[in-house]
Design a protein around this ligand. Structure first.
Ligand SMILES: Cc1ncc(COP(=O)(O)O)c(C=O)c1O
Length: 405
């Protein structure tokens, strides 16, 4: 497998969109799926399907084994210390909700503070907002600077004896800013404050080692990592999983149920209530293998080259304003064109087969700060090339002509 012709591994690129080859620049939203992942999903449904952790027939035992193999694969990929520290969820959103709900229930009291930033996706704000409502907690926001970065000093200034958890993104889904998560964790450790990292945009692009990073929680969205839809991961340190109450109640997560008493299974099962996404979990192993075969560092190098090329080209276009100019950045280029609404940009680009996203990208706090309601966003995945950027830029020029700009 070679990154240069990796598009051929993704069947979606065989089709034309509006008569044009598909230029997919929306991977920060969701990535396309390689054939190996699709094959694993359909093979599993065709020949191996069964629910896990319940029945004792052959199919069920095999499915349970494959499901748990996937947990091992994720554990190794993240370099977690224990396989039980890997919890399957339905997405990064659910992973963060799980922590906000369970950690919040046990450890947050009225007046306690949750420290986050102005860069966050709604998924790393609204769950904390629920907690604020329920418990009378306070949310503090470290401000974003003009470059689209959050400086470590701003975080340091906001930490005090009431800070009970720091919840930060690894990479902004609007500016592509790589946050100094290592330094933030170091700072938090000095004060014994746990750190949750929203790794939704980090995991598809950066090499990860959760033991080295030493964060307490790391949330992942598998559908942005060339994996199946409807699947996420929560990495959580064992010491927290031993203490946190379950997030949802139902089948699978219990030890014993009586009319007046319920006891719970041990983790991770305690946090995996109900029927799990077995085929998706099993097929996610193939997505990890796909990334490992290419090498995450090679993927990052490749994407960095395209990003640099894209930013240079967009900067040359006088009408285009790129949002943010962070020193450390990956994959994402959000921009505006004066006089054209981002939704119109996205619609006109689509006529040329160019798929981008327009809107507030679930980051209204950041857009309020920027003083704009919406931006257009082109985001890069492993299958993109410099040619895709050329097509994007030509489509932008065409769009400007439509609006006489
Ligand atoms: C930074 C960030 N956090 C969280 C999420 C939520 O991920 P999911 O919708 O897969 O749960 C996203 C999705 O775009 C994101 O970009």
């Amino acid at each position: 497998m070679n990154i240069k012709n990796i598009k051929s591994e993704f069947p979606i690129f065989k089709q034309k969109i509006n008569g044009k080859p598909l230029v997919y620049l929306d991977s920060a939203n969701s990535s396309q799926k390689p054939q190996v992942v699709i094959n694993r999903l359909s093979n599993f449904y065709e020949t191996e399907f069964s629910n896990v952790g319940r029945s004792v027939h052959s199919l069920a035992v095999k499915a349970t084994n494959r499901f748990e193999d996937s947990r091992d694969k994720v554990k190794n990929y993240l370099n977690a210390k224990h396989r039980e520290e890997i919890i399957f969820t339905k997405g990064a959103t659910e992973s963060i909700n799980l922590v906000a709900s369970s950690f919040g229930e046990k450890f947050i009291e009225e007046g306690d503070e949750i420290l986050t930033t102005e860069l966050e996706h709604h998924s790393n704000y609204v769950p904390w907002h629920f907690l604020r409502k329920k418990k009378g907690a306070i949310i503090k926001f470290a401000p974003v600077n003009d470059r689209g970065e959050v400086e470590i000093d701003e975080i340091r200034k906001l930490i005090n004896s009431k800070t009970k958890i720091i919840a930060i993104t690894h990479i902004s889904n609007v500016t592509g800013t790589i946050m100094p998560v290592e330094k933030i964790v170091e700072l938090a450790k000095e004060k014994k404050i746990p750190v949750l990292i929203d790794g939704t945009q980090g995991a598809p692009h950066l090499s990860l080692d959760v033991q080295k990073l030493d964060c307490d929680f790391y949330a992942i969205s598998c559908h942005k990592m060339y994996g199946p839809n409807g699947l996420g991961i929560l990495y959580a340190k064992k010491k927290w999983l031993e203490e946190l109450p379950p997030y949802q109640g139902g089948g699978g997560m219990i030890s014993e149920v009586q009319k007046d008493k319920v006891t719970f299974a041990s983790f991770p099962t305690k946090f995996e209530a109900g029927t799990m996404q077995t085929p998706e979990v099993v097929a996610f192993s193939e997505a990890i293998k796909f990334i490992e075969d290419l090498g995450i560092k090679n993927i990052q190098n490749h994407e960095d080259q395209i990003l640099e090329y894209g930013i240079e080209k967009l900067k040359k276009n006088n009408s285009v304003k790129i949002i943010g100019d962070p020193k450390e950045r990956v994959s994402v280029m959000s921009f505006t064109i004066k006089g054209i609404h981002p939704h119109d940009i996205a619609t006109i680009l689509d006529e040329d087969g160019v798929a981008i996203r327009a809107g507030h990208h679930c980051c209204q706090i950041l857009h309020d700060k920027l003083g704009i309601p919406a931006t257009a966003r082109a985001s890069i995945g492993v299958y993109n090339s410099k040619e895709d950027i050329d097509i994007l830029c030509n489509a932008i020029d065409k769009c400007k002509k439509v609006f006489n700009i």
